[in-house]
Design a protein around this ligand. Structure first.
Ligand code: RFL
Ligand code: PHB
Length: 389
């Protein structure tokens, strides 16, 4: 088998890159370890930056998102009983779009099927060879048979636990990591959202987030200890704890119901540099992770895809190597700003086990400053809606 770009991983990064390359006539094959049903069963991100939305347009997959996505012109921040709004339209004149990662992935698979793009699911033992030379290839096992895919470039879009990042020799890689001493317990329920916009709440009982997917589909999170498992959170306990962490008027109008999905995600910041080695280029979670507080995980994956598809386009259109050579530096410059913002939002809104009285006063002062300062609100808004590519 031969293709121009071998894409490892059929999550949002791999699918978006594949679709954008196909639009430019650059053929590619996606190798995905799991079944399509498994990939589509993941409930993850929900907030899309304008840049992501633009890429969906470019990829020709934005029709359903335009019909069904919610345009949000702001978010609410709660601190105890107090709640204030960050007005994106007024501050930075750009909104975000609330449309689930699951739906993005579904739309990208449908478009790939329609365009006849090849995706090999349940590709096991994927291994990258010769990435530092001119003739890279990927081997894998499919239905017990050994297969080989020859290519010109490899895009490592296989998430945090994938095979691509470890292919870069350890002595050339530098990893930066911060693990937070808590996770988020997330619940999806077929109930109307508690609020028209997202509410990020900092309370004395810990952080909580009210988000949504559709009119009658809500997504909620509460900060929880890392040692917890979803079994520790029967629905009643989850709803009681969520209400405790929201201002009384919001808690009173919250509609509860049975959960249809429950999961715990640990919070972590992680960056591996560089994002390229020879003809291997990393995108998305394969190279970096952010805590979900700033809604940046999926969006940073998209900005990588933007830089990589533009660089591959320059190479195939004009033989221009400069963009490919500069990919890692260009992508990382934006990644680190998203890392900073996600770290800042996480510190602003969570309860930390070791927080002293002084730390709590500083946190309260920062929230009070944010509530009253247009400059502080503008900095939050500018980062939340997404820095330019
Ligand atoms: P993904 O989505 O992990 O996809 C990688 C794909 O690669 C496959 N794979 C392999 N395929 C072949 N061979 C191998 N050896 C392979 N190893 C892995 C996997 O099966 C998978 O299909 O990475 P990608 O495409 O870079 O996309 C990144 C986003 O998924 C991720 O950043 C976000 O979901 C992070 N994230 C959130 N981001 C946000 O912007 N807002 C959120 O609200 C948000 N919530 C979340 C999240 C991530 C979560 N995780 C990881 C548990 C909530 C959760 C719970
Ligand atoms: C979500 O809807 O899942 C979501 C929204 C915003 C975040 C994190 C998660 O910051």
């Amino acid at each position: 088998m031969r293709t121009k770009v071998a894409i490892i991983g059929g999550g949002p990064s791999g699918l978006l890159l594949g679709q954008l390359l196909m639009k430019r006539g650059i053929d590619n094959v996606i190798l995905e370890r799991r079944t399509r049903a498994h990939v589509l069963g993941r409930i993850r991100a929900g907030v899309l930056e304008v840049g992501f939305v633009e890429l969906m347009h470019q990829a020709g997959v934005s029709a359903r998102m335009q019909r069904e996505g919610f345009i949000h012109d702001g978010i609410e921040i709660a601190h105890g009983e107090r709640m204030f709004r960050i007005d994106f339209q007024k501050l930075v004149r750009r909104p975000v779009v609330v449309y689930g990662q699951t739906e993005v992935t579904r739309d990208l698979y449908a478009a790939r099927d329609e365009a006849g793009g090849e995706t090999i699911h349940e590709a096991e033992d994927v291994a990258i060879h010769g990435a530092d030379g001119d003739a890279p290839y990927v081997t894998f096992t499919k239905d017990g048979e050994k297969c080989r895919l020859d290519c010109e470039f490899i895009a490592g879009c296989d998430g945090f636990h994938g095979a691509s990042r470890p292919t870069i020799p350890a002595n050339l890689r530098r990893e930066y990591e911060k693990a937070y001493p808590f996770g988020w317990m997330g619940v999806l329920s077929e109930t109307p959202p508690a609020n028209r916009e997202l509410i990020y709440s900092c309370s004395e009982h810990g952080f909580a987030l009210c988000s949504m997917r559709r009119e009658n589909l809500s997504r909620y999170y509460v900060q929880c200890p890392l040692s917890d498992s979803p079994d520790d959170w029967p629905d009643d306990r989850f709803w009681d704890e969520l209400k405790r962490r929201l201002p009384a008027p919001v808690a009173e109008r919250l509609v509860t119901g049975p959960s249809i999905e429950k999961s715990i995600a640990p919070l972590r910041s992680f960056v591996s540099e560089p994002m390229q080695w020879g003809r291997l280029f990393l995108c998305g979670d394969a190279s970096h992770i952010v805590p979900p507080t700033g809604a940046k995980g999926l969006n940073t994956a998209a900005s990588d895809v933007h830089y990589l598809h533009s660089a591959l386009g320059a190479w195939y259109d004009r033989g221009d190597e400069a963009e490919l050579a500069g990919y890692s530096a260009r992508a990382l410059s934006r990644i680190w700003k998203a890392e900073r913002f996600s770290w800042w939002m996480t510190n602003l809104l969570h309860r930390f086990p070791e927080q002293s009285g002084f730390d709590l006063k500083i946190q309260a002062a920062e929230l009070d400053y944010l509530a009253n300062s247009t400059a502080a609100q503008k900095a939050l808004a500018e980062n939340y809606v997404g820095l330019p590519y």
